[in-house]
Design a protein around this ligand. Structure first.
Ligand code: ADP
Ligand code: MG
Length: 727
């Protein structure tokens, strides 16, 4: 056994769970390290508090004097909790989070010192961010970028640093991050959903999107993970024979949580409580060593920040527990990978869920309006939604019979389908009083009952209605939720805008009553968006054929999927909804394409190294043992050795064949890589996808075969069976 593998296994053999001290009730820890409403009430003057609340609820500006007051209070609060530094915390287009810490400490005349933090430092910073991806934005305009305070997501303390959530923009105003377009999309959905709400409640004043994510992940002992260069550099295993026992028995899913994982979760949950991340659910997932954590849903911007923060905290806490947490969508072959379901809905100022039917016919019509408009939005923009979840790592999952396919469809269940079918037959134009009564009592009146005991679930649908929310089930586990949430909220906002125009037109020109007009437009939408609805098995081949017949797109790879992002239709949409400018859209596309290429390039290099430096030399050493053995047998038994050493000789030949194949394939892959590297942008990404990536599986095949033949004592890479079964 290689020294690295041996040491790693030795190191892990005596691990026991870390004791987690739990002294206080969870609820009493909640939000303790967050500058939330409660802390603000304690620390801010009345006018400062009102000003911040106004900014949060109505997007008003906070003036400089107030910002100074807020900064001083924030600093006092943070220092009372042991903070020494502050940082603007933002989400650049790498998808991760970024922070640069500055001390509150300042010296005066070189001899005295004090802690200082003022409005200027709170509101705006220039993080010297020239190395973040910008997709050409800063080359064409100005080199500088700055971060600006987002008061809608509260500041928090992590370890000894006060973290202030911020947006990150170029000096010319273009967004260089994930948060800015998300905030603009949330503004758009607020505007257009509130306008539609006014049909049903003239006092409607605000609509927020809500998001409840479910984060899946793997926990691998860190010594074992560190012994694998592929896990270390790419986040996944590039080779590795599947263990005799994987997930076949289904004994991990919802099973007893292993003790070490449990200790990690308890520690993580305590950190989350302090940070105000309302985590509630934890359980084993399908694959061995795979788990899930999910919070109570929150306003979408906050929920996105909390997911990004959670992923950071998970990495830190996992280190304490001698684990490496893997967010990659497919870290191991032959067992399930990880996703991040995004549960989404819309909520009014009084916390009415717009995707939950109410008690009156009017409220049910409101539910139906948002329900049908969402379906229509996905129908019009399925490809864009698909693009929003595209990444090199998520390509492994989509359509791999463990995650929904790359074909976007909507599942609503048979009972709601029946309601929509009935609505399709509503008379065009004016409705008779009888018809109106019938509609209200018998069709939409039935909805609450239907949903009450609606147990229809479809785990194979990428976008499923689950009783009071839609669940976007195709998001990758490593993704930043801001991407899909920006798209979903933008397309629904645009759809609601169209809806309002059409309804108003019918009221004005056809003299229809409001509810008649609403019914009329919904009926058309139901008809027009029928092809996006699918309740069957999304994993089956039959659906792929059927979807093709229906004209639904099936963009299986990231380069293919991303193209729609820069289509004229998409740019028009973003510009109309004031979510992104053409420059911002194109920059994001360029970054996504480049990231895809780089990821495959890194994987190709690592695989080449492992195949050449680990697998082939080990196979040769073992082959030499066999040769030595055969030679010895010949010496003792003379020509009879051919019979006696038959197995050895065959094995020697087989090993040679695999070595030859690995060598030849690796060389060919390198050739293709070199060719792809000569191209730029989409062309390079496409070449990596079509010409380089296919070699990964082929090379792996031969390496994995060798793993099953070579003496276990010699094999250098920690095996799946050792990586995957933490107690
Ligand atoms: P499951 O889907 O496993 O049956 P739940 O229905 O309880 O479980 O919810 C799953 C996720 O959906 C949770 O993270 C929860 O916070 C979220 N969720 C529930 N209601 C909403 C809502 N109105 N908006 C957004 N997310 C929601
Ligand atoms: Mg779910």
């Amino acid at each position: 056994m290689s020294r690295i593998r041996f040491n790693a296994l030795q190191e892990t053999s005596n691990r026991s769970p870390l004791k987690v001290l739990q002294t206080e009730k969870r609820s009493s820890l909640f939000g303790k390290n967050v500058f939330n409403k409660h802390a603000m009430q304690q620390y801010l003057t009345r006018s400062a508090y009102d000003s911040v609340m106004n900014a949060i609820e109505h997007g008003t500006k906070i003036d400089r004097k107030i910002a100074d007051q807020v900064a001083v209070s924030m600093k006092d609060w943070a220092m009372s909790k042991g903070a020494t530094h502050y940082t603007h915390w933002f989400q650049p287009l790498t998808g991760a989070t970024a922070e640069k810490h500055d001390a509150f400490f300042e010296s005066i005349n070189g001899s005295l010192a004090m802690e200082k933090f003022d409005g200027e430092q709170l509101v705006q910073q220039e993080p010297g961010a020239s190395s973040f991806p910008n997709g050409g934005i800063r080359n064409t305009f100005e080199a500088r970028g700055y971060t600006a305070w987002d008061p809608t997501s509260p500041a928090f303390i992590y370890e000894t640093t006060l973290c202030i959530p911020t947006i990150f923009v170029a000096y010319t105003g273009e967004a260089l991050d994930n948060k800015t377009p998300l905030l603009r999309a949330l503004q758009a959905i607020d505007t257009h959903a509130t306008a539609v709400c006014k049909y049903f409640d003239k006092n409607a004043s605000k609509v927020s999107a809500t998001l409840g994510w479910e984060q899946e992940y793997f926990l691998i002992d860190d010594a074992l993970a560190n012994s694998r260069p592929d896990i270390l550099l790419t986040g996944r295993t590039l080779i590795g024979h599947s263990p005799a026992k994987g997930q076949q028995l289904g004994d991990h899913y919802f099973g007893t949580i292993p003790a070490r994982a449990m200790a990690f979760m308890q520690d993580l949950e305590q950190e989350c409580m302090l940070l105000g991340i309302p985590v509630k659910t934890r359980h084993n997932e399908v694959a061995p060593n795979q788990f899930e954590v999910a919070p109570i849903f929150e306003e979408a911007n906050l929920a996105v920040d909390h997911n990004s923060l959670l992923m950071d905290v998970m990495e830190k806490v996992s280190r304490r527990h001698k684990f490496k947490v893997l967010f990659h969508e497919k870290p191991f072959a032959d067992i399930n990978g990880s996703g991040k379901h995004n549960n989404w809905s819309l909520s009014t100022a009084d916390e009415t869920n717009l995707l939950s039917p109410g008690k009156t016919p009017m409220k049910n019509l409101q539910f139906l309006t948002f329900f049908v408009n969402t379906i229509k939005a996905v129908h019009e923009n399925g490809e864009l939604l698909r693009a929003s979840i595209a990444s090199a790592s998520n390509d492994h999952r989509l359509g791999a019979n463990e995650a929904p396919p790359a074909i976007i469809s909507v599942f609503i269940g048979s009972e709601l389908s029946a309601v929509l079918d009935e609505l399709e037959n509503v008379t065009k134009g004016k409705l008779s009083p009888q018809e109106k009564t019938d509609l209200k009592l018998n069709i939409i009146g039935k909805i609450p009952e239907i949903l009450l005991d609606n147990t229809d679930r479809n785990r194979t649908s990428p976008f499923a209605f689950t009783g009071n929310k839609f669940e976007l089930r195709a998001v990758g586990s490593s993704a930043n939720c801001a991407g899909p949430m920006t798209v979903l909220n933008t397309i629904v906002a645009k759809q609601l805008k169209e809806f309002k125009i059409e309804v108003d037109k019918l009221i004005d020109t056809k003299n229809l009553k409001k509810d008649e007009a609403v019914f009329n437009v919904l009926r058309e939408y139901i008809k027009e968006s029928k092809k996006i609805r699918f309740d069957g098995d999304g994993y089956g081949e039959a659906w792929e054929k059927e979807a093709k017949k229906r004209g639904l797109s099936n963009n299986k790879t990231t380069p293919e999927a991303l193209k729609i992002q820069i289509a004229k239709k998409t740019i028009d949409l973003y510009e109309e909804m004031e979510v992104m400018s053409k420059v911002e859209v194109e920059a994001r596309y360029e970054i996504a394409i480049e990231e895809y290429t780089k990821r495959l390039q890194i994987e190709g290099r690592v695989l080449g190294d492992i195949a050449r430096n680990h697998v082939i030399p080990t196979a040769i050493i073992y082959q030499n043992t066999l040769l030595e053995n055969t030679k010895n047998l010949k010496e003792i038994f003379g020509e009879d050795y051919k019979n006696i050493a038959k197995e050895q000789i065959e094995l020697i030949m087989t090993i040679s064949n695999h070595i030859t194949e690995i060598n030849a394939l690796t060389l060919k892959m390198e050739e293709q890589r070199a060719k792809s590297n000569q191209q730029k942008g989409l062309k390079s990404a496409e070449m990596y996808c079509e010409n380089v990536k296919p070699f990964f599986e082929e090379i792996r095949f031969h390496c994995d075969k060798l793993e099953t033949m070579v003496d276990d004592n010699l094999w250098p890479l920690t095996k799946y069976r050792e990586l995957l079964f933490t107690k």
